[in-house]
Design a protein. Structure first.
Length: 235
């Protein structure tokens, strides 16, 4: 794996020496909430990026990136219509050369690892400073991997033999974790199926499997489990 950034920069705009390299960088922005999307677009435009496309759902994000071929794309973690991890995986399989960054409200190890596994090159937190967004884009566009310094890298990149068994979430497959993440956010199974481009029956199979692995037998139990671990947007 390429170098992972854990350094802090002073709050504010990107370093002046990097502006020339950022001026013509094209970027697609996919965030569900329009107010946040517009604010980020304004921020990035002021930082030297050219926003060639902006949208509020995963399906449109996938189409937009394929059509516009930007140098980078920024995705909110929980996009509607097509889940962000599914968007990442589909774009990765197309080998378009687009560097992808995810803005997450979740701080857990499993989310970070799954986002990277699906094709993202960086993760920043919604609660982090704007500087981390610029730092992340600068690093991934140079071919690196960026994880916000607000997260504990040692815990995230622990080897499978040192911590995997103590974390029940590590037993879940990528699909199972996607289903789990949406169930605890209150997304209905039919909508989960649509977002993951799966049949409702397949989603039911994943739900049963993940509950068995976590030894939790209903959705309220999953929600309580997620809240204890700060895995929900309301936690």
């Amino acid at each position: 794996m390429e170098a992972v950034s854990s350094t802090f920069l002073l709050p504010g705009s990107p370093p002046e020496m990097e502006w020339s390299s950022l001026t013509k960088t094209t970027l697609v922005l996919a965030v569900e909430e329009q107010l946040i999307r517009d604010a980020l677009a304004s921020l990035l435009d002021g930082g030297g990026y050219e926003i060639v496309g902006a949208c509020g759902d995963g399906l449109e994000a996938l189409r937009m990136v394929q059509r516009l071929r930007p140098q980078a794309a920024v995705f909110d973690l929980d996009l509607p219509k097509l889940h962000t991890m599914e968007v990442l995986a589909k774009l990765q399989s197309l080998y378009l050369g687009v560097r992808m960054l995810v803005i997450s409200g979740h701080r857990d190890r499993k989310t970070v690892l799954e986002v990277l596994r699906c094709g993202a090159s960086g993760v920043v937190l919604r609660s982090g400073p704007a500087q981390h967004l610029f730092e992340a884009l600068s690093q991934i566009l140079r071919g690196g991997i960026y994880i916000t310094p607000l997260l504990n890298l040692e815990k995230i990149f622990v080897t499978a033999g040192i911590g995997g068994e103590s974390d029940p979430l590590s037993r879940l497959s990528t699909r199972e974790y996607q289903v789990f993440s949406m169930l605890v956010e209150g997304v209905r199974p039919k909508e989960i199926a649509a977002r993951l481009d799966l049949s409702p029956k397949t989603v039911d199979t994943y739900r049963a499997s993940l509950m068995k692995k976590l030894n939790i037998h209903d959705v309220p139990g999953l929600v309580k489990f997620a809240m204890r671990r700060s895995l929900t947007s309301s936690a």
